[in-house]
Design a protein around this ligand. Sequence first.
Ligand code: C5P
Length: 238
Amino acid sequence: MEKRQELYAGKAKSVFRTDDPDKMVLVFRDDTSAFDGKRIEQLDRKGMVNNKFNAFIMTKLQEAGIPTHFEALLSDNEALVKNLDMMPVECVVRNVAAGSLCRRLGVEEGVTLTPPTFELFLKNDALGDPMINESHVESFGWAKAEDLAKAKALTYKVNDVLKAIFAEGGMILVDYKLEFGLYKGEVLLGDEFSPDGCRLWDAKTKEKLDKDRFRQGLGGVIEAYEDVGRRIGIDFDA
Ligand code: C5P
């Protein structure tokens, strides 16, 4: 496999073509962005930490029967993935109220949500990723109803698998965002799963161990990501 030209540079990752049209290379950079890219900083080791974190989680999800685009870890900062036709939507599941849900609905942070809520957002920087519903996805042709239904079911299945993994490490999976795409007609989990795209709190102290540390200027961002990783069995030196 040979890495070819850059196809796309996102806020924290870049995507490269390979000599195989079905495969891409994801490069995890040290860039960290918040507030729709209005704040961007370089955090030392972040690319490596998120790449290894994502590889570990994607492997666990695959073992649990959730199809993902992940193929292999290529280096500290690179992963080989399948080339998906991405749905332009973000699927969010929340177990505990935090972030935009609290701002939108005036709910207090920390309220347990039973059952967990499912939300959809349109991936559109210019519009600030507005919240949408399943009917919008179908009417505007962003995905077929049956494919969205599969993505939603997989998003909930991920919750069962990951809540248990983080609970064993003494943490609460508060919420997370997933993205899906099509590969040869099959709906696969794409993008990444790392503390950049989820909220994790220490179960006892409720200390924030995710990107909210960056958003809220709490410091110790990468130290927290590494702590989370070690608590679920990731060896960042491997
Ligand atoms: O901001 P909000 O509370 O809606 O975020 C819900 C979850 O989705 C959080 O875990 C957040 O990190 C994640 N998210 C993301 N990328 C976005 C928006 C939200 O990873 N563009």
